[in-house]
Ligand binder design. Structure first.
Ligand code: 13P
Length: 139
């Protein structure tokens, strides 16, 4: 599965602790992140993560481009609901595209935990069918 991690600054410690706790659940998947979030996770785990730009510089949009193509299977986006972000439109656009494509997205740690447990159980297998039978692409 293609999984993306994104966390705003005051949520980064929570994200790192979450990924440490579930490292074995993530280790056999293709992992992506915005710039600083990915650096923080890689510093404290053994995971390899493809890092895009930092969020305010366009990282949310880069992940959004993969979402638009229905390439992402799970997004864990720990947003800071109490701090205005300069790139708020990018954040809204990313979440909107997740809803357009019906991609599971967690915006808080409680939902993230439920989704990672679903991932461990194999509940994301339907996403393999999405990749296999993408409309407009040859099979
Ligand atoms: O701003 C972000 C998401 O909107 C996160 O970006 P960083 O991971 O680079 O801090």
């Amino acid at each position: 599965m293609n999984i993306a991690f994104i966390a705003h600054d005051r949520k980064k410690d929570e994200m790192v602790n979450f990924v440490i706790a579930y490292e074995t659940a993530f280790e056999h998947h293709q992992l992506y992140s915005t710039g600083t979030t990915g650096t923080r996770i890689m510093e404290q785990t053994g995971l390899q993560i493809h890092r895009f730009m930092s969020g305010p510089l366009g990282g949310d949009q880069q992940i959004g481009a993969l979402v638009a193509q229905n390439e992402m299977d799970l997004i864990i986006f720990l947003r800071d609901p109490l701090m205005a972000q300069p790139h708020e439109p990018d954040i809204i656009a990313l979440l909107r595209l997740c809803d357009v494509q019906g991609i599971p997205v967690a915006t808080n740690i409680a939902t993230a935990e439920l989704l990672v447990r679903a991932l461990q159980r194999g509940d994301f297998a339907w996403r393999e069918l999405v990749h296999k039978y993408k409309p407009g692409e040859s099979q």
